[in-house]
Design a protein around this ligand. Structure first.
Ligand SMILES: [Zn+2]
Length: 246
């Protein structure tokens, strides 16, 4: 049987989304949550078994590509797609193309320093945005309550729960302001589990942006909730593989 045939469909190429720094050499240079992958060239290993082109890329980058093709980023030429979950993942599109940077490591927005000498981060830095904007960070802002519980309480108007989301919006807005002032992006797409509570931190996010960016930049940017959920990464990986196989 043809190795590259799945249920009668001819597979041209395979795209892999991996959490970590994937170099343009294909190596997984760092994966702080999946250390066992570090130093591997997973695409090469899979390609040896399938005998068709296999490409690997950062999962958050592929998520951004997927949202831009078929989700909340359709029609936008430049955007950052942020996933707020266990950590803070992000991918960047400039002029309709995924921006991977000089070495392939671009768009690690979650590791932007927002608090010099702040909380330690697994990346080795202190005060990274991810330590202030993630599910765990939200829980910390809310006195240790789970994000789901905070969402229920915020919906009931409980001040401490509302304040936890506002704090998250403040930190996200602070870091985003720098990115928007630098790149003047058309769109910001926000996904991940915490984004389901977007309504609770949208006002503080927009308020912080309006304070910290040029008004022309803040007023022009579209901020939307992601539409595709986990499917965004699948769409992005398929498109990325297709482009590589062309
Ligand atoms: Zn970090």
């Amino acid at each position: 049987m043809d190795d590259a045939a799945v249920a009668g469909v001819r597979v041209k190429a395979v795209g892999l989304g991996i959490p970590g720094l994937i170099g343009s050499d294909g190596l997984i240079h760092s994966s702080v949550n999946l250390r066992a992958l570090e130093g591997l060239n997973l695409a090469e290993l899979v390609m040896e078994r399938l005998a068709i082109p296999v490409v690997a890329a950062n999962d958050a980058n592929l998520n951004a590509l997927g949202e831009s093709l078929a989700g909340a980023g359709r029609g936008l030429d430049s955007l950052v797609a942020i996933t707020i979950g266990t950590g803070l993942g992000s991918g960047l599109l400039l002029d309709g193309r995924l921006w991977c940077g000089a070495g392939g490591f671009a768009a690690e927005f979650g590791h932007t320093t927002v608090v010099p000498d702040g909380l330690p981060c697994p990346c080795g830095n202190h005060g990274c945005l991810e330590q202030y904007v993630s599910a765990a960070a939200l829980s910390r802002h809310g006195g240790g309550l789970a994000p789901e519980e905070l969402a229920v309480r915020a919906a009931q108007g409980e001040p401490q729960a509302c304040a936890a989301f506002e704090t998250l919006g403040y930190w996200l807005g602070t870091a985003l302001a720098g990115l928007l002032n630098t790149l003047n992006l058309q769109g910001v797409i926000i996904g991940g589990g915490v984004a389901e509570s977007f309504g609770f931190f949208e006002t503080s996010l927009r308020h912080t942006l309006s304070q910290r960016t040029f008004s022309q930049i803040a007023q022009g940017v579209v901020i939307r909730q992601a539409l595709l959920g986990d499917d965004a990464g699948l769409v992005g990986a398929a498109r990325h593989a297709e482009q590589m196989a062309e």
